[in-house]
Design a protein around this ligand. Structure first.
Ligand SMILES: [Zn+2]
Length: 512
């Protein structure tokens, strides 16, 4: 039986303009999914869009269209194209306006109500429309400029609206002990460690019940037993992970795909690692496998966001460096789980040293030598033992790195082969060996070792740089799809075929 690997991105708030912060999450999730797929796991990658709530309703009205027309337009013109641009191989795309989602949400709510976890109550709170979330005093910061003297949202820098509502509540407060037990029993449930500690601390302080409906606007999913209320957008959005997978309507499919692993930004880890598991406990469904909260991308020391004018569109980067370099850069340059600073200078430097000079140059030199010295046929000889060991170790290291969500370390393991081979060529100097007839066997072993290492690296880099890895693979005489090669056995591949030619994989970029 193949192992199940269902992995999700958050569903993106459709009103946002996609920036490289979203792209970072999408690419990381895609790399994990592609890696598992290449291992032979029963993999399913889910992404999608979050489309309800007051803010969407207001911007749709401001644009003179219905909320549905507005979200349709954004999905088609912004979010789907972003996935295509980034070469994301998602298996599913869910919109919270999908009928399947609405159906699943209603079933879930009914079950929660039957189980006694929902009640009707009064509530007054301070609501940030930007976050679509009630804030507690600890979440606020002193305002500046026009809001001097007021408390404002730390993310949106705007004052909050005081909202008094009679709403439906979820008894979140009853789940504190069970959540703490979950974090203790399954230390790898919330990762990385600092996010786990933060979440744990938050729960330890005590949880309050969660208002899960609104009756002041109607752009949302109606509460099944009270159509004057719509379900709170965050509560409903979390359910996409199960409504996309057959919850309540297709038990066989649900059993196959659930539980999932959630890859989220650390700022929404609390929703995913506190509210969401409590909802799962209340409804009697299995708890998610993992919640991994990755870091933020910083530009000039600030979190990237459209509202703060630090937003960079992925297209600005892919147009200059190509999509594979985009994917490679963000997966290798930033330790997954930590914040990372983006700069054009760093991207440019790594592109040229690691991809153009490192990988691209190695491949073209080796292939040229196989053509020149061996008529284009990879010598079918024993490869050097130290290269074989190096590659075997790199595969093992990459495999455990991916299991620990250390994507950067997995990429580094693959690139360690490239780095070593560049040194190995210089040491072995095949162009010198070629001049001596007595060294024919030695020359054959050196070239075969190089081809072996490049082929293995191509297999390991396929999840990260799908297009370039395929070109590399074909160039060293690999057959078929590189993504069809079992990644955990990349070290077993031996090139014995005919090399082709390698197109320029990473052409020099003059001006970034
Ligand atoms: Zn806010």
């Amino acid at each position: 039986m193949p192992e199940r690997f269902t992995v999700t991105t958050p569903i993106y708030y459709v009103n946002d303009v996609p920036h490289i912060g979203h792209a970072y999450n999408e690419v990381a999730t895609d790399v994990l999914a592609r890696w598992h797929r290449q291992r032979g796991d029963d993999t399913w990658m889910l992404t999608g869009t979050d489309e309800h709530g007051q803010k969407i309703m207001r911007t749709a009205a401001a644009n003179g269209v219905s909320p549905q027309e507005w979200t349709d337009r954004l999905v088609e013109t912004a979010w789907i194209p972003q996935l295509e641009l980034l070469d994301i191989a998602n298996d599913d795309f869910i919109r919270t306006t999908d009928e399947r989602h609405k159906v699943g949400v209603r079933i879930f709510l009914e079950r929660l109500k039957e189980a006694g976890y929902i009640y009707h109550g009064e509530f007054e709170g301070h609501y940030c429309v930007g976050c679509e979330e009630y804030k507690t005093p600890g979440d606020l910061v002193p305002g500046t400029g026009e809001f001097e003297g007021q408390q404002v949202c730390a993310i949106h820098s705007r004052p909050l609206e005081t909202v008094r509502e009679a709403n439906y509540f979820f008894k979140l407060s009853e789940f504190g002990d069970r959540l703490l037990a979950l974090y203790d029993e399954r230390p790898d449930y919330v990762q990385p460690e600092h996010v786990r500690n933060e979440v744990r601390q938050f729960v330890k302080q005590g949880l309050t019940d969660l208002s899960i409906s609104r009756n002041t606007f109607d752009w949302g999913i109606k509460v099944p037993w009270d159509e004057t209320h719509v379900v709170y957008v965050w509560f409903e959005a979390l359910l996409n992970y199960i409504t996309a997978n057959g919850y309540g309507v297709d038990e066989e499919r649900f059993a196959r795909r659930w539980p999932a692993t959630h890859i989220v930004g650390k700022d929404i880890a609390r929703f995913h690692a506190v509210i969401w598991p409590a909802m799962q406990m209340a409804a009697g469904i299995e708890i998610s496998d993992h919640v991994f909260g990755h870091g933020w991308l910083l530009v000039g020391g600030e979190k990237m966001s459209k509202s703060k004018a630090t937003g960079i569109e992925p297209k600005q980067i892919t147009e200059v460096f190509g999509v594979d370099a985009f994917r490679y850069y963000f997966m290798s340059a930033i330790a997954f789980g930590s914040d990372g600073s983006f700069s054009w200078e760093d991207l440019d430097a790594r592109y040229h040293s690691e991809l153009a000079n490192g990988l691209g140059n190695l491949a073209s030199r080796v292939i040229a030598m196989v053509h020149k010295y061996c008529d284009g046929v990879v010598p079918d000889v024993e490869i050097d033992a130290d290269i074989a060991t190096l590659v075997t170790d790199a595969v093992a290291r990459a495999e455990s790195a991916i299991d620990a969500f250390q994507i950067h370390d997995g990429v580094d393991a693959a690139m360690s082969i490239v780095e070593r081979l560049n040194g190995y060529i210089t040491e072995q100097a095949p162009w010198v060996l070629a001049k001596d007839v007595a060294q024919r066997e030695r020359l054959a072993a050196v070239l075969a070792s190089n081809v072996h290492g490049i082929g293995a690296a191509a297999i390991m880099l396929a999840p990260v740089m799908p297009g370039s890895a395929q070109k590399l693979w074909t160039a060293v005489g690999g057959e078929g799809e590189v993504a069809a090669q079992p990644i955990q056995r990349a070290h077993e591949w031996r090139g014995t075929g005919r090399v082709t030619t390698v197109p320029p994989l990473f052409p020099r970029v003059e001006q970034a």
